[in-house]
Ligand binder design. Structure first.
Ligand code: AMP
Length: 249
């Protein structure tokens, strides 16, 4: 079984992002970058599948500039077998990433495609769904648990009221949610081993995909500063305050 995992290089989740002075984007100069946390969960899950079945091959793929090889190396250190960098400069939006991944799926013919439910930089929550639609594959988003057996995958997915369990025919697209697993720490020996694993580099154009942005960002601004809170003496005063603010009789 072949598992393709999409990994995006994003601003590290611990960084408090700042908006550029010209309000065009978030400033990522000299900012720590890491693998998108949901993608780490996706790689971990793929590696667990391989650990329970040695015939599984895990391929990590990243779309972006040459530095995304660092993200692929992290995936290889977690345990992926090989990496593919689809080299593309500038703003590659979810639809373009989805088209590139769909073209790769055509070439690699994976049985399972794992993505994060969302990237924490654009928070789009679109790529997985678009990949499934473009590749004509079944999809299960927000996976909290998955089980592969007899050419099918059972996915328990997070929904508003709890979890919904669905059965999909492989090949399928699954996006990961937070509760799926807790990714392992990457050890130094595995970082060393990862240096020897192969990363293929292909240009986005080679996949015949037009990656021109379709969306234009008009302005990026900091959220308004929160005003200071008020301390109340107890519940009766709190109720009075809520009534006054919400104008409830
Ligand atoms: P988004 O739709 O942007 O919130 O991203 C959802 C998921 O799509 C991410 O968690 C990744 O698994 C995948 N993805 C998005 N952009 C990229 C990229 N440039 N390279 C690799 N995977 C990506």
């Amino acid at each position: 079984m072949k598992v393709l995992v999409a990994v995006k290089r994003v601003v590290d989740y611990n960084v408090k992002v700042r908006v550029k002075a010209d309000c065009t984007a978030v400033d990522i100069a000299n900012v720590k970058m890491s693998m998108n946390p949901f993608d780490e969960i996706a790689v971990e899950e793929a590696v667990r599948l391989r650990e329970s079945d040695a015939s599984v091959e895990v391929i990590a793929v990243s779309v972006g500039p040459a530095v995304c090889q660092e993200t692929l190396r992290t995936a290889l250190a977690i345990g992926a077998d090989r990496g593919i960098l689809v080299e593309a400069e500038g703003d590659v939006q979810p639809l373009a990433v989805a088209k590139l991944l769909a073209a790769l799926i055509e070439e690699e013919r994976p049985d399972l495609i794992l993505l994060g439910k969302q990237a924490i930089d654009d928070d789009s929550n679109q790529t997985g769904q678009m990949v499934a639609a473009l590749a004509g594959l079944p999809q299960a988003t927000f996976a909290a648990h998955l089980l592969v057996a007899n050419g099918k995958i059972t996915v328990a997915r997070e929904v508003d009221g709890g979890t919904e369990t669905i059965l999909l025919q492989l090949p399928a697209v699954v996006t990961t949610d937070l509760r799926l697993n807790e990714p392992r720490y990457v050890t130094l020996p595995n970082i060393m081993k990862a240096k020897k694993k192969p990363i293929a580099i292909i240009k986005a154009e080679e996949l015949g995909v037009d990656i021109k942005p379709r969306l234009r960002t008009l302005k990026v601004v900091e959220p308004p500063a929160r005003s200071a809170g008020v301390k109340v003496s107890g519940v009766p005063e709190l109720v009075e305050k809520i009534k006054a603010v919400a104008k409830i009789a």
